[in-house]
Design a protein. Structure first.
Length: 635
């Protein structure tokens, strides 16, 4: 036994030192039935096999011989390290290459859950990371894996020079046209060679994809028409479409088995609008059923010329295209649209015509960046489903007529209350207001929604009214709010709180509101409370304001906090002569009001305008714009 152990130690030493001839001599002396055990024997504190030792010593020329003799290329040392883990960690790139050629498994993980690529990354071996990442891509293609899209989310510079080309060759070999398209979009350049291979190997779907790509690159409309079996202008044979198997390629295209997403993107990149439009109008377009499904095509810009040619459409899906705007004129060509899907784009606003389409039943604008909805008084008469979820909305138009709407989703926005316009949607049955965390209570006007059967309030952890035990049932909520609505009476009295720093004109403004003469300038001590009655004109209802004029000296700020309350109107004053410095003074007051009285109305009032020279008035206008921007951050 001692002799065997000593011999094993010699073999490990020979492998570490790269003594290939001594290794061969050793192998020649070992009985064949025990050779595998000797080649895969683990020794030492690290539990290395002879193959690990060769890698540890950076002896790349020893590796093929050991593998040829039966050494396990994926053998585990301590901590689950394979030879490839060890080579990646040590930065022995030639060993990595030889191990990959010897079919080392790049997906195996060590005891810490790390692959060889991740191990190389932890050791800052960027050249090996690049090599292993490229090998991952090629392996994914060869095995028809479903993770290629994720693996390609890297810069081309982070791949080996021929990675994409080798992967494209492999994709054609296995006949996967989806992966062919992904690799072409990423930047594989050996398209002609891949086309020749696909023709020779009769990979019809891969060939169809490559022909569509070539047509998109070269603006060859005739080739597109040939592939779709349509008559061409010249009606001549095409040099790329003149063999006996081309009919099989046509079948793959006409049947829709081959996606046109990639060719459409290639045509956009090469600025070939003719072929792009031809491809688009043959992509998921069914005039008989009235449907057009252009989703996930990364169109970026919606061309009106396309819409004119599908004026018959009833169901139009334009999701996931990266649109930043919708043409204002689009409404004139969508008279028959019943269902319009624009979710998952980059829209900040949409044209008013979308809410006025005469036949519209369903409109999906979710997962955009909408900050407002167009101020349309009367929405499409047949609109029953509206999805505005996952946007940046804080309000809806105040006066909206929506007689048919039954389902409304405004979840994941920035609403601080349920818009009162929603409370007038008498046909509403399903309302989702989830994850608008600033909604603290539901307006009593929701008590009018007698048809509401489902109310979703997930993520409203501070919603306290109605009581939590009623929030689970829409009908309970409506009954509760309706009872409050019936017992509610109009109240025409309110606190008017004037705040701001010293000498900003608060007391002067109070005197002006009350119709009093302005006396000498005298600082307010603490808080002055007075009354003001406002009728707003002959025969109008009289409003009574309790005016609280807060002193602006800093020594009173601490006590002011005790008097800030909700259900009040705040006038925050600043001196326009103080410029941007004066604007900065507003922020602490706004912060305090937002904290102490979060749902109160705040009017920011500029004073001392009469002291500003006429020539400086444009600067005041700019300051007002900055005040508006500041106020917007509190909406």
């Amino acid at each position: 036994m001692a002799g065997v152990m000593q011999d094993d130690a010699k073999l490990h030493k020979f492998c570490h030192d790269g003594k290939i001839e001594k290794i061969k001599d050793f192998v020649a002396t070992v009985e064949p039935e025990i050779l595998l055990d000797r080649l895969n024997n683990r020794r030492g504190v690290f539990g290395y096999t002879p193959l690990h030792e060769a890698v540890s010593g950076n002896r790349s020329k020893v590796i093929p011989y050991l593998v040829e003799q039966g050494a396990n290329v994926n053998a585990r040392a301590n901590s689950g390290y394979t030879p490839l883990h060890l080579a990646a960690s040590a930065g022995h790139i030639e060993c990595v290459k030889v191990l990959l050629d010897s079919a080392a498994d790049i997906s195996l993980t060590d005891d810490y859950g790390k692959t060889p690529k991740q191990t190389a990354g932890l050791s800052s071996k960027s050249n090996i990371v690049r090599l292993l990442r490229s090998e991952e891509i090629i392996k994914e293609v060869k095995t028809n894996g479903d993770n290629l899209t994720e693996l390609l989310r890297v810069r081309i510079d982070d791949l080996e020079p021929n990675c994409l080309e080798d992967a494209l060759t492999a994709a054609v070999e296995v006949g996967n046209h989806f992966n062919v398209g992904k690799l072409v979009v990423k930047g594989a350049t050996n398209i002609q060679q891949a086309l020749d291979d696909s023709k020779e190997k009769q990979k019809h779907e891969a060939r169809a994809m490559l022909l569509l790509v070539i047509a998109a690159q070269t603006n060859d409309r005739d080739l597109v028409l040939k592939l779709f079996g349509a008559p061409t202008q010249k009606n001549l044979s095409h040099p790329l479409a003149n063999d006996d198997n081309f009919s099989e390629v046509q079948k793959a295209v006409i049947s829709g088995r081959v996606s046109t997403v990639v060719p459409i993107e290639i045509a956009r990149r090469h600025q070939n609008p003719i072929v792009r439009e031809e491809l688009l109008l043959r992509t998921d377009v069914n005039q008989e059923e009235g449907s057009v499904y252009w989703h996930g095509l990364r169109l970026l810009v919606l061309d009106l010329s396309w819409i004119r040619k599908i004026h018959w459409v009833k169901r139009l899906r334009l999701a996931r295209n990266g649109f930043r705007a919708i043409p204002n004129e689009i409404g004139g060509y969508l008279k028959q649209v019943v269902k319009l899907d624009l979710q998952h784009n980059e829209l900040v606003t949409v044209p008013r015509c979308l809410f006025e389409l005469p036949s519209l039943n369903e409109l999906n604008l979710s997962n955009n960046k909408l900050i407002e909805i167009p101020d349309v008084h009367e929405w499409s008469p047949g609109l029953t489903v509206l999805d505005l979820s996952s946007n940046e909305l804080s309000s809806l138009p105040a006066d909206v007529v929506a007689p048919s709407i039954r389902t409304l989703n405004i979840s994941y926005n920035r609403f601080r209350t349920v818009p009162l316009s929603v409370c007038s949607f008498m046909s509403l049955q399903h309302l989702n207001i989830s994850f608008n965390p600033d909604i603290l209570s539901l307006p009593v006007e929701m008590g009018r929604l007698q048809n509401l059967i489902k109310l979703v309030t997930d993520g409203l952890k501070d919603l306290s009214d109605p009581p939590r035990n009623m929030q689970r049932d829409a009908r309970d909520c409506v009954r509760y709010l309706n009872s409050k609505l019936r017992s509610a009476r109009r109240f025409y009295r309110m606190k008017l709180m004037l705040v701001g720093k010293q000498n900003r004109g608060k007391t002067t403004l109070v005197a002006r509101l009350q119709g009093l003469d302005v006396g000498i300038n005298q600082s307010t001590v603490g808080v002055d409370v007075s009354e003001w009655h406002y009728a707003g004109g002959l025969g109008r209802r009289k409003y009574q304001f309790s005016i609280w004029d807060f002193g602006g000296q800093e020594e009173y700020y601490a006590t002011h906090q005790c008097f800030l309350s909700e259900r009040s109107m705040y006038l925050l004053l600043w001196n326009v002569q103080h410029g941007e410095e004066g604007i900065q003074e507003l922020k602490p007051w706004l912060d305090n009001i937002a904290l102490r009285a979060p749902r109160s109305c705040v009017l920011i009032v500029g004073t001392h305008l009469d002291s500003v020279e006429e020539s400086d008035r444009p600067e005041v206008d700019k300051l007002l714009g900055k005040v508006a921007e500041l106020a917007q951050t509190y909406h």
